[in-house]
Design a protein around this ligand. Structure first.
Ligand code: IPE
Ligand code: IPE
Ligand code: MG
Length: 252
């Protein structure tokens, strides 16, 4: 069990700069309580609010939340519509709080596919919050890692076609710069709730060296204490990036 001592154990000098979360388990949470799935999504929004606040307080600079995947368009129409409605309401309702807390909202994904009202609200809040500096909140909406990589490859192919770049000049930097996530550092810590141990087409390119933290907690039940636990788990890891442990921390 997480307890309030967890926060005090966190080393403030080694806070992950970028945390990405696969917020999963809303549907199961609702079903367990005998409710419709959308009830779980509504409660999931409350968790989003609490986690954002806790992340800002910890000094996390980038928080990416997987809110809707490319594949989620295949869910029943009523659920998709309800999720989109919830999204507009939440973004609108949370804009003043984002302003108070210095949060800059950004989005990654095929946002042109979102209903026009949803897209409009998103653009509006992105614009209103654009100068905020304390934390960047990145919503992954109609997003998938493969979609982004394909889009990036198309952009690069166009550049090759027009002669602005030669095929042999294509490297990690070039591909990384063509992705939706180009402006952000790679996630240091990736969290998935609900006990599933998979990536579900999230930041495929960017998580090459992220630390993973899986928790059985369903998203509506995820608390700031669960976030602290994940950060502590992260702080206990040795990130080697292919090197040996001794290279990272020499033995004297
Ligand atoms: C995550 O919860 C929210 C979205 C994917 C939009 P789910 O809706 O996937 O909940 P489960 O996994 O069915 O319990
Ligand atoms: C991943 O959850 C997508 C989001 C959290 C938005 P899913 O519930 O869609 O993933 P799968 O289908 O269990 O892999
Ligand atoms: Mg799910």
């Amino acid at each position: 069990m997480a307890n309030s001592a967890d926060k005090s154990q966190i080393d403030p000098d080694r806070i992950p700069r970028h945390v990405a979360i696969i917020m999963d388990g809303n549907g199961r949470w609702a079903r367990q309580k005998g409710h419709l799935r959308i009830f779980g999504h509504k409660h999931g929004v409350r968790t989003v609010r609490n986690v954002i606040e806790a992340a800002v307080e910890l000094g996390i600079q980038y928080l990416t939340l997987y809110a809707f995947s490319t594949e989620n368009w295949n869910r029943p129409e009523a659920e998709v519509n309800a999720l989109m409605e919830l999204l507009v309401q939440t973004i609108k309702g949370e804009t003043p709080t984002m302003m108070e807390n210095g949060i800059r909202l950004q989005a990654i994904g095929n946002i042109e596919k979102l209903p026009p009202g949803c897209n409009k609200q998103l653009q509006e809040t992105v614009n209103t919050t654009k100068d905020n500096k304390r934390m960047t909140l990145i919503l992954a909406l109609s997003y998938s890692g493969r979609w982004d990589i394909i889009e990036a490859v198309r952009k690069i192919a166009d550049q090759v076609k027009s002669g602005t770049i030669q095929p042999e000049e294509i490297n990690e930097e070039v591909l990384g710069a063509a992705l939706n996530t180009a402006a952000y550092p790679n996630p240091d810590l990736l969290i998935r709730t609900s006990g599933e141990h998979r990536i579900s087409n999230f930041l495929l390119w960017e998580i090459a060296y992220s630390e993973f933290h899986f928790t059985p907690v369903l998203w509506p039940d995820f608390t700031p204490d669960d976030l602290y636990k994940a950060v502590l788990d992260y702080q206990g890891r040795q990130r080697r990036f292919g090197k040996t442990g001794e290279q990272i921390q020499p033995v004297h």
